[in-house]
Design a protein. Structure first.
Length: 72
């Protein structure tokens, strides 16, 4: 099963880790790299686009909403 950030090259992962230390470790442990909330990808996202973003960034729904300015 694919995990967030699996589709990134080693160079991109290294750059992300340099810019945002702890990102890979958080994602590897099923946590949001921004707020460290535990993520259950089967029930914590509102739609397919949010799940897609999770696989790109590892962010939880709350942090995605904050970054993208979504208000419910």
């Amino acid at each position: 099963m694919t995990k967030p950030m699996d589709n990134k090259s080693p160079e991109i992962k290294t750059t992300l880790e340099a810019m945002f230390p702890g990102t890979q470790e958080a994602v590897d442990h099923g946590k949001c790299p921004l707020c460290l909330a535990k993520i259950d990808k089967n029930k914590d996202f509102r739609d397919a686009l949010s799940i897609r973003e999770y696989y790109i960034s590892g962010m939880c729904q709350k942090c995605q909403d904050s970054i993208w300015g979504v208000q419910e």
